[in-house]
Design a protein around this ligand. Structure first.
Ligand SMILES: NC(=O)CC[C@H](N)C(=O)O
Length: 362
């Protein structure tokens, strides 16, 4: 069946429908990872967005459910050049098309994803519609696309009840970590439990009082979807966590929220960073790490005074802020993904830094 991707600027791509045939309006973003398509599909930070995979062949090693980064797939839509019809991998349990159908994700394949990505790079992220209806009215669709903006996405992806995750067998360090779930990827929990931490994952709207009452040795603020400035009530709770003196490590959305809680500012980037090979420089050592990234917003360079926080990492490609160290506090935050999945594990050592910080404060 034919499918159409209609962009806000009037460009139309015609391809073949994959997955669900339902019509969807979403923000269109591109990801440059060559592998890790299942991790991308199950990363809750993509809620409210349809993802274009720039790598031209998707699904070649199939779907292995163990690799999912959350309980389900989150993007509103999936846009690819070519789907591998016959996956080849001894771990594979399904093909990617079956996976999209099971998760009711509409997609389109067979389009020129390189041309599409060039449009998004030149004009910036924009909204789009995926539809199988050949009789669409372009002007009507364009008007609809102009109006669309994803909202309430953190509440949509966060868990409803707290969950407990004990340290892996034989590793227990007696450290309790409270992880705020704004759309947390599973590997954040795994990176902590394999390092001997007991992790309690809390729903996004849990109060700071409830978290602090459990006496955690450290608090993690997770990644998550949407515009950080929308999370006004969460930012108020983070202010209280900041004042508690419990060590805090924050990733991506968590990093942006901690900056906003301290008077910093964020803005939307032209087309964001989404991929598995973004170089970030540690300013304390000048060492460059290759990182996994997925963000459309960024903390403004000079919005935080050095008396509050110092920039610790920058992006080597465009110089944007990739990490902050809070002055006089046991708090550090990063814009990239040290938990990887998908992508390189270079910066996983930041979890060791967090463990040492918690042990020193205990
Ligand atoms: N992965 C994330 O946490 C993304 C944070 C935020 N939603 C952004 O797009 O910038």
């Amino acid at each position: 069946m034919k499918a159409f991707l209609i962009l806000e600027d009037g460009n139309v791509f015609t391809g073949t429908s994959i997955g669900s045939t339902k019509e969807v309006v979403s923000e269109i973003v591109f990801n440059t990872s060559m592998t890790g398509y299942l991790e991308v599909l199950t990363d809750p930070s993509y809620a409210g967005q349809a993802v274009v995979m720039t790598y031209p062949l998707i699904g070649n090693y199939g779907v292995c459910y163990e690799d999912m980064e959350s309980l389900r797939a989150w993007p509103d839509g999936y846009i690819v050049r070519e789907i591998a019809r016959r996956p080849s991998n001894f771990r594979s349990q399904d093909g990617i098309e079956t996976f999209l159908l099971k998760h009711d994700i509409p997609g389109i394949c067979g389009i020129d994803t390189r041309a599409l990505t060039k449009i998004l790079r030149e004009k910036g992220t924009m909204n789009g519609m995926i539809t199988t209806n050949e009789n669409y009215d372009l002007e009507e669709v364009k008007a609809k696309l102009k109006e669309y903006s994803p909202a309430g996405v953190v509440e949509k992806v966060s868990r409803l009840k707290k969950t407990e995750h004990p340290a892996d067998e034989g590793t227990d360090k007696g450290l309790k970590v409270a992880l705020m779930d704004f759309g947390s990827k599973n590997n954040i929990t795994r990176c902590l439990t394999k390092r001997g931490c007991h992790v309690t994952v809390y729903p996004a709207l849990t109060s700071a009082e409830e978290i602090l009452a459990a006496n955690p040795d450290g608090i993690m603020l997770s990644n998550g979807p949407g515009d950080p400035k929308e999370c006004t009530s969460i930012i108020e709770e983070i202010k209280k966590l900041y004042n508690s003196d419990v060590p805090i490590f924050a990733i991506c959305l968590g990093h942006q929220l901690m900056a906003l809680a301290n008077g910093g500012d964020t803005h939307k980037m032209k087309y964001g960073h989404r991929g598995a090979n973004h170089p970030v420089k540690d300013l304390s050592t000048n060492r460059v790490y290759i990182s996994s990234q997925n963000h459309g917003y960024v903390v403004d360079d000079s919005s935080l005074d050095e008396s509050i926080a110092k920039v610790s990492f920058v992006n080597v490609n465009d110089g944007t802020v990739e990490g902050l160290e809070y002055t006089g506090k046991n708090i550090f935050t990063v814009q990239f993904h040290p938990e990887a999945c998908a992508g390189p594990r270079d910066s996983e050592l930041l979890f060791n830094k967090f463990i040492t910080m918690m042990e020193d404060c205990k």
